[in-house]
Ligand binder design. Structure first.
Ligand SMILES: [Zn+2]
Length: 391
């Protein structure tokens, strides 16, 4: 059965993330073309050798890269925290407690309101080139509210993450052990059918190492794969726990010992860096350079959430990673595409190769380097998701 084919030609610079196809880790090609057949990439190569197709798009020398893979976002919520941000930027410090404000607003919202909010954020991200996005629960913190968050998230992405252990629910403030029992018991039973991943905020003021281990182990027993909010605000056991339990990703990685870095480098656990959080809390950035030099796989992601990082812009994260975290433009672009795919254990996205999903970002620029070189400038010329032109 033949499907509709599209030839994108005149690509000045093509990031394939396939070293077998071009130069360097990005597998860069110049004067290139790509053919989309249905929802897949069917052909990649020099423009001069491109086959005919039903439709032809002339990139006019612009750069084409894989759609961004945003592997860490919290998008099922209501309300905003403008006042908290304003106060923080006026001198107050960030603690995990502000999450309670969003929990109250989210519980009070209707299903339709949460669904519409999430659809709006997915669309906002797509307009900026994000074609795969992960979405966590964690603003319900009751059995019913966590399960509905994941039901709603699953309508928009297959990358759904059960984060009942975001903070201890306010009702359990005096009984954190009771809350962990709920998260690993009845709440997990209600949420597991709608989730692919299990996550925990392993941090002072949230969950300690023993509690985090209980949450992740219970999730693994229900068929979920772990990922961990680790070592964001303080040094702690999160990274070591993530590696020990075979987590797909340890996220934040801001405060790492040499042992933490070595553990990540010696494992399949991706170090996912979320510079929007440090930016928006005026905190010290993690070192991408240190992790890369040690041999760890690094991903970049937005951590989009209303409290500590209210950005859906992967381009912004790339620019900050280059300016503040010691990463080269090539490394940052790789981390925001192929790195995110690794963090989600996806081989069909994050690359442009024959057979990969046709998730493509055409930049209004001649090179992917412009994502860091021209910070804050909207550079989206076109976006295809699963072969469909969305922007
Ligand atoms: Zn997060």
């Amino acid at each position: 059965m033949s499907t509709r084919t599209t030839l994108i030609t005149g690509i000045g610079s093509l990031v394939t993330n396939d070293p077998g196809q071009g130069t360097g880790p990005l597998g860069l090609l110049t004067d290139a073309a790509v053919v989309i057949d249905g929802d897949r990439v069917a052909w990649v190569g020099p423009a001069a050798q491109a086959p005919a197709a039903d439709e032809r798009v002339d990139a006019e020398g612009r750069a084409l890269l894989p759609g961004f893979v945003d592997s860490h976002a919290h998008l099922v919520f209501a309300g905003d925290r403008t006042a908290e941000f304003n106060a923080r930027m006026s001198g107050q410090s960030y603690t995990a407690g502000g999450i309670r404000t969003t929990v109250a607003a989210t519980r009070a919202a209707s299903d339709a309101e949460l669904d519409a909010n999430l659809a709006g954020f997915v669309r906002e991200a797509l307009r900026q080139g994000t074609t795969t996005i992960e979405c966590k629960s964690g603003y319900g913190l009751t059995v019913a509210d966590e399960a509905r968050a994941l039901r709603i998230a699953a309508k928009h992405t297959p990358e759904t993450t059960y984060l009942g252990a975001h903070i201890v629910a306010p009702e359990y403030a005096e009984d954190p052990a009771g809350y962990v029992d709920l998260v690993t018991g009845e709440m997990l039973d209600a949420c597991a059918p709608h989730a692919r991943w299990v996550d925990v905020f392993c941090e002072k003021g949230a969950f300690d190492g023993d509690q985090a281990r209980a949450v992740l182990t219970a999730g693994i027993e229900r068929g979920l794969t772990p990922r961990v909010h680790a070592n964001q605000l303080t040094y702690g056991p999160g990274v070591q726990l993530a590696v020990e339990l075979g987590a797909a990703s340890a996220d934040h990685c801001t405060h790492l010992t040499d042992e933490d870095v070595a553990a990540l480098a010696g494992s399949a656990t991706v170090a996912t860096l979320l510079p929007g959080a440090e930016f928006s809390t005026r905190a010290e950035y993690p070192s991408g350079r240190r992790l890369l030099d040690a041999g760890a796989v690094v991903a970049l992601s937005t951590d989009c959430n209303p409290g500590s990082s209210f950005t859906s812009s992967m381009a912004f994260c790339i620019a900050v990673a280059v300016r503040e975290m010691g990463m080269t433009p090539d490394e940052a672009v790789w981390a925001a595409t192929a790195g995110g795919a690794h963090a989600l254990r996806r081989s069909d996205v994050g690359t442009i190769a024959v057979g990969s999903r046709a998730d493509l970002l055409l930049l209004d620029a001649p090179s992917h380097v412009h994502l860091a070189y021209r910070p804050g400038v909207p550079l989206t010329a076109a976006v295809w998701r699963a072969g469909v032109r969305e922007v």
